[in-house]
Design a protein around this ligand. Structure first.
Ligand SMILES: Cc1cc2nc3c(=O)[nH]c(=O)nc-3n(C[C@H](O)[C@H](O)[C@H](O)COP(=O)(O)O)c2cc1C
Length: 165
């Protein structure tokens, strides 16, 4: 499948096979995040790779992210700003890095799901994340055990403007 088809056919995957993603594939996914663009190349990001089953269980205690326990691994994207630029663009930078991982995973046959349904304080407590850092989002990854139907997307004519609003 071409890269464009992979991007167009991606769906959020919340059901995973009881099968590990290999360390080699996992590293390629993480590396795709590390190579992402960031404002003025500040790279104001940290990632926590969660593979431990107890930690997965602790992160799964909500219906918005119950599937984390079945995922092979989850990446927690964290912004740690250290100057004006990384303060202004940090969340965008981390988001781009996480989406690079999502697309790399898709290319490598690994399904994923973004997770924004969390209380930051709870995630910080579970993962011992310092106060000054911001948890941007979590993304779970695993071998897909479902092929969800496409979600409705807005029509182009609703969202695309030509040359002016
Ligand atoms: C920032 C963000 C936060 C999300 N949070 C959650 C979440 O907490 N739990 C969940 O099951 N899906 C979550 N999703 C997945 C969306 O529900 C999903 O992307 C959307 O319904 C479109 O479906 P698709 O990804 O298959 O195109 C989130 C997606 C994004 C981008």
């Amino acid at each position: 499948m071409s890269a464009i088809d992979i991007i167009l056919q991606r769906r959020s995957i919340r059901k995973y096979k009881n099968e590990e993603v290999s360390a080699e594939v996992r590293e390629k996914i993480i590396e795709s995040g590390r190579q992402a663009p960031s404002a003025a190349n500040r790279q104001p990001w940290h990632f926590i790779l969660v593979t431990d089953s107890k930690v997965k269980e602790d992160l799964s205690q909500s219906r918005y992210r119950a599937f984390i326990k079945d995922a092979s691994f989850t990446v927690v994207g964290i912004n740690l700003p250290y100057d004006e630029i990384s303060e202004k663009w940090g969340v965008v930078d981390v988001t781009i890095a996480l989406q690079n991982m999502v697309l790399a995973a898709e290319i490598l046959g690994v399904g994923s799901c973004w997770i924004g349904g969390f209380y930051e304080a709870k995630i910080k407590e579970i993962l011992h994340i310092p106060n000054e850092a911001k948890v941007v989002a979590l993304v779970s990854f695993g071998i897909p055990a479902e092929r969800p139907a496409p979600r409705p997307k807005k029509e182009l004519k609703e969202i695309l403007h030509y040359n002016k609003w």
